[in-house]
Design a protein around this ligand. Structure first.
Ligand SMILES: Cc1ncc(COP(=O)(O)O)c(C=O)c1O
Length: 362
């Protein structure tokens, strides 16, 4: 038995749609509006998250970069973000020449701590990037209030949280710009891919240019852009995935519910949804003392439990910041993510529960 931490759910529909792209020979489009599948995917995404506009790009990293370009973040600017995230969040900031300022997280749901955020704001701060980690909604109301008070912009890193909502509103739509990833492990995938959502028409038009070397009609570069275009094959996969997102999310939710029941008697911290929150269950992340031993035992039984992130960004050799972020460091050595993706079955959940009980009680 092998249970990967996340795996794409690819059915006949995706294969047929990719085949049809190949047969049609329209593999990409450098038009400002993108290719046919790109546009179809964008429509489905925008309507799903209830945003006016969506712009597909070729990765979640590119989505963050494009968002930073769109807000004209530059050298000398400070961007506030958690260190407890995938390194892409910080790398995107570095790529536009700005300085990442790392903020601690809340023990409760591993997202950016509004109190620590307040303390880290300086005259040079321009943007806050909260990350809805594991699909958990960051404390976005507090963050928006802080941003408003200090005249800062917010870009949501919703790479892991497509489908998560707070009081009925989708992650990625609480601020000017929300960034999603469609990397192979994500809730909805296109192999590699990403998207930005916004309600702002000017930003939408700017982002379409940024995706395509700053051009509007071609050979008329007006602003700095890059090739961030999503190929049609990838967009075709993403489009079909969006059509079944409700089903994919239902299965994750059901697996998470069963796992919470199975683990309820253990002395470990299990994830929960706060009032008004609906998590997409991208990962089921627990916290426990003997994390590494548990991970080894689970892996020996074929369950690919993973420690996201055992090295927080500020401790990686490139960033190497001698900074004290106590909750981040606690989380880095105590969290363990378990698979609850749609292909995890009841037997897999029972097996996980068995190992967790054995190790916790040994
Ligand atoms: C929190 C977070 N931000 C950004 C990214 C970057 O996305 P991508 O891998 O599609 O570039 C990812 C995913 O990998 C992520 O998990």
């Amino acid at each position: 038995m092998k249970v990967p931490i996340n795996v794409p759910v690819i059915d006949k529909e995706e294969i047929n749609e990719v085949r049809s792209v190949l047969l049609g020979k329209s593999l990409t489009s450098a038009a400002n509006s993108g290719g046919r599948r790109v546009q179809e995917f964008e429509k489905l995404l925008a309507s799903f998250v209830k945003s006016r506009y969506a712009i597909a790009v070729n990765s979640g990293t590119a989505a963050l970069q494009a968002a930073l370009y769109a807000l004209e973040v530059k050298k000398g600017d400070e961007v506030l973000l958690p260190s407890f995230t995938f390194v892409a969040t910080a790398n995107a900031v570095m790529s536009v020449g700005a300085r990442p300022v790392f903020v601690d997280i809340l023990k409760e749901n591993y997202t950016i701590d509004p109190n620590d955020l307040r303390k880290k704001i300086t005259k040079r701060s321009t943007v806050i990037i909260p990350v809805h980690l594991y699909g958990n909604m960051a404390y976005i109301d507090e963050i928006s209030e802080i941003a408003h008070k200090h005249n800062l912009e917010v870009i949501e890193d919703a790479a892991q949280s497509l489908g998560s909502t707070f009081r009925g509103r989708h992650s990625g739509t609480f601020s000017k710009l929300g960034c999603f990833s469609m990397y192979a492990a994500k809730v909805v995938t296109s192999g590699e891919g990403g998207a930005i959502v916004t309600n702002d028409k000017n930003l939408f038009e700017k982002l379409r240019k940024i995706r395509n070397h700053g051009m509007l009609h071609g050979y008329d570069t007006r602003i700095l852009g890059l090739n961030l275009r999503l190929p049609e094959i990838n967009a075709a996969i993403a489009k079909i995935q969006m059509k079944k997102i409700h089903k994919l999310l239902r299965r994750r939710r059901e697996n998470a519910r069963i796992l919470s029941e199975l683990l309820s008697d253990l002395d470990i911290t299990i994830p929960h949804e706060r009032l008004g929150e609906r998590v997409n269950w991208y990962l089921y992340t627990i916290a426990l003392k003997n994390r590494n031993k548990m991970m080894r035992e689970l892996k020996s039984k074929g369950i690919e439990a993973a420690a996201y992130y055992s090295v927080p960004v500020h401790k990686t050799p490139f960033y190497n910041k001698k900074q004290n972020l106590p909750v981040t460091e606690w989380a880095a050595s105590n969290v363990l993510s378990l698979p609850v993706h749609p292909l995890v079955n009841h037997e897999n959940l029972l097996q996980m529960s068995k190992v967790l009980h054995q190790v916790t009680k040994s």
